[in-house]
Design a protein around this ligand. Sequence first.
Ligand code: C5P
Length: 410
Amino acid sequence: MRSGKSVLLIIGGGVAAYKALLLIRLLKTAGIGVRVVLTRAGAEFVTPLSIGALSGEKVFTDLFDLTDEAEMGHIQLSRAADLVVVAPATADLMAKMSAGLAGDLATTLLLATDKDVLIAPAMNVRMWEHAATQANLATLRARGVAVVGPDEGDMACGEYGPGRMAEPEAIFAAIQEKLEESRIDLRGPGAGAEAADLRGKRIVVTSGPTHEPIDPVRYIANRSSGKQGQAVASALAARGAEVVLISGPVRLDAPPGVERRDVETARDMLETTLAALPADALVCAAAVADYRVADAADQKLKKADGAGRSLNLIENPDILATVSALPEGERPRLVVGFAAETQDVIAYASAKRERKRCDWIVANDVSQGVFGGDENRVTVIDADGAEDWPRMGKDAVAVKLAERIARALT
Ligand code: C5P
């Protein structure tokens, strides 16, 4: 199966380079051609031989510079593909791109290309957070470079934080989105309807935790990272849907192509969700706090020596149940909830589906490090029964769910 599309993949030097091999496989399976340029530093982590075996194409490195110049010029190489992808994009590569340096094959191609560029940054957390890198990132973004990731998590260097390269599935989804955009540009509106089957559909997604104030400086929260909800929003947008993402406080940038409305509390989230309707579908991926403090203090609470303190908690409104109970015409045609359980997942989740009167429940077992992690193992429960999905990246879950939603709505 050939899509007729191709990408030029530049592999920079970093531990994450091995993930580029998985990306090549995903692209080839989807019928997307891949031509690879391996930087000198990248060649310290993966070999031209393994890349060539996967891509089925000659791999370009500085070592082959002269012969390649005879066969295919730099300019031609930089423009033959539909999209240029840099993964991993190291701090060094980003700095060179930002400054317009062209000291080697990869940077020369990046400067010479007339195609869109997508980067997947990967570096140590301090390097990522350094003002220099953030300034380079802002420059690249301002020039229209698309960015996927980085993710937050344990790093090969032993530190924790943002800097891990996005998973291959997420980069793949971002590539598909970019290729879809370029196809629309080339063929005009309405083209490519088979992949953009949610065009014209409006979908609201809730995501992330809520923060319920105790006093002006303290709040009740939970460990939700918002990754799964944002991935769902991105995957729906990639299929052409108009997506409103209603997000509690998270450390993630808003995904491209999605309108994100930021909220704090469950009550804000409910109000903002109702205001975003009507919609064709609602996906409630948020980990909404079940309770809030009844009498949150206006001033910072002081420690009363020796004495304990108790919080008076009252129940929050249930967004999923509220929207599911809206009358026909106001209720989205499809309402999807998530259920994070630690035991008897299917039984609890099925009961939840009936109690909240939503159409589907995406149930996941959170007893094994799903919160904040990059992987998920879910069971989708609807009126007809339960469908078990294998363990996969949260992005892959999102892509599969978006596909299922598209089938239900079209
Ligand atoms: O917390 P619980 O297991 O009940 O959450 C199940 C589903 O209900 C999730 O989809 C969550 O987003 C939604 N929910 C909600 N409002 C609440 C609590 C949960 O929309 N107050």
